[in-house]
Design a protein around this ligand. Sequence first.
Ligand SMILES: N[C@@H](CCC(=O)N[C@@H](CS)C(=O)NCC(=O)O)C(=O)O
Length: 204
Amino acid sequence: MATLTLYHAAPSRSSIALWMLEEVGEPYDIHLLSFAKGENRAPDYLAMNPMGKVPALKHGDTVITEVAAICTYLADEFPGAKLNVPVGTPARGVYLKWLFFGPGCIEPAVTDRAAPRKEEARRGMLGYGDFDSTMNVVAAAIAKGPWLMGEQFTAADVVCGAHIRFGMMFKMISPRPEFTAYAARIAARPAAQRAEAKDKALAG
Ligand SMILES: N[C@@H](CCC(=O)N[C@@H](CS)C(=O)NCC(=O)O)C(=O)O
């Protein structure tokens, strides 16, 4: 079987891919990169990810970058873990919506709020519209729970859930009952706990 290697800096956005790998349950290696030493800007890493960012995942000869793409890839590549909604299933459209909503709406809504623009952009110009609408849409989707897709935990919960959880941790998202309960459900997942413990050990 092809080897899975995660190019990771602990902790960072690549911690989301680390959590996903723990959910998948296949063996993987970690190649740790130090931002302080500029290892993400070294020529051999830039050849793999010209953005100079983590995560990157190598699976055999395939290199995948971008958190959401990595999570989508792993869920489809290892369907035995039941973290995807397969092609041909009606709910796949909604599943894909959430996989794109994470990096397309939640993340920019949160980072724009943390580092506001000098001039506020028009709502129509922003793909996420505005922060409150974005958060309200996620809150409504998880209100019933337990997961975005209902009873099935999927890669979409890793992608969107990580932003909600870390956003609250870093006080960029205000707690509200739906988010607090969702974050608690995530924190109770053994895979999330294993990933966190690994990250702590790697960062330490
Ligand atoms: N769009 C990328 C963002 C990745 C990203 O920004 N990673 C940060 C870590 S949190 C990084 O590598 N920063 C180092 C740098 O930009 O020099 C993704 O979703 O994977």
